[in-house]
Design a protein around this ligand. Structure first.
Ligand SMILES: [Mg+2]
Length: 225
């Protein structure tokens, strides 16, 4: 069975040690002179576009959003490499072994469905040595709505496939609902702030505590379990 596997990045593939939030905070300070600009914004499972627009709203910053986002991206991408070097993050359990095993399956396509801005995703994956596994995907600048990002990833990478052959793997109820909104299979992994129970309750088709048993994860993700 052909499968398009779309991975979330933060707390699913890797934990950046807070490097993303740190670099975003520095970028916001550079542009608007506000420290801790994202203090009141919930990051978990949200798209970067949502995070930036929420912070702008909370601080009463008007003006053209795309212009703000463009300038923000420039500063964020400038700060992120050093933040990644400073913070001690890690790959999540089972990686990269799971990706190596999936790459060997001829009928599997690997992509991303992430709330990260595209170049931020690239920088994070490269920092942890796993940027070579993915063909592309859907990214955080594309919408405040994660379901739209999943749709874009399926449109780009799912040629010849039905939505039901796409699998979204993520650590939050937002990942699960964005999969279900697109008719995709939702796989939860409890390596972020949400428990196995919470991910099940949010509608996940399968839930793992983590992916350290990567052989059984391969079977589930490829539909051979
Ligand atoms: Mg995540």
């Amino acid at each position: 069975m052909t499968r398009l596997l779309l991975f979330d990045v933060d707390n699913t593939l890797l934990w950046s040690g807070g490097a993303g939030g740190k670099a975003m905070g520095l970028a916001f300070r550079d542009l608007f002179g506000i420290e801790d600009g994202f203090k009141k914004v919930e990051f978990s499972g949200r798209t970067d576009r949502y995070i930036v627009s929420t912070a702008l709203r909370q601080h009463g910053i008007d003006g053209d959003f795309d212009e703000h986002q463009g300038r923000f991206l420039e500063r964020y991408y400038a700060h992120l490499p050093q933040a990644l070097r400073e913070r001690e993050g890690k790959l999540m359990p089972g990686f990269p072994a799971l990706l190596d095993a999936l790459t060997k399956q001829s009928h599997v396509r690997l992509g991303l469905a992430t709330g990260n801005f595209s170049h931020a995703a690239q920088l994070k994956l490269a920092h942890y040595g796993i940027d070579g596994y993915f063909r592309g995907g859907g990214f955080g600048e594309e919408s405040e709505d994660r379901a739209v990002i999943v749709r874009r990833a399926i449109d780009r990478l799912g040629e010849g496939l039905h939505s039901a052959e796409a699998v979204v793997i993520g650590d939050t109820p937002h990942d699960i609902s964005s999969a279900k909104a697109n008719g995709a299979i939702a796989v939860g992994v409890a390596t972020g702030g949400h428990s196995v129970e919470q991910l099940k309750e949010s509608g996940a088709d399968f839930v793992f505590q983590d992916l350290s048993d990567w052989r059984s994860a391969v079977a589930t993700l490829t539909g051979e379990a």
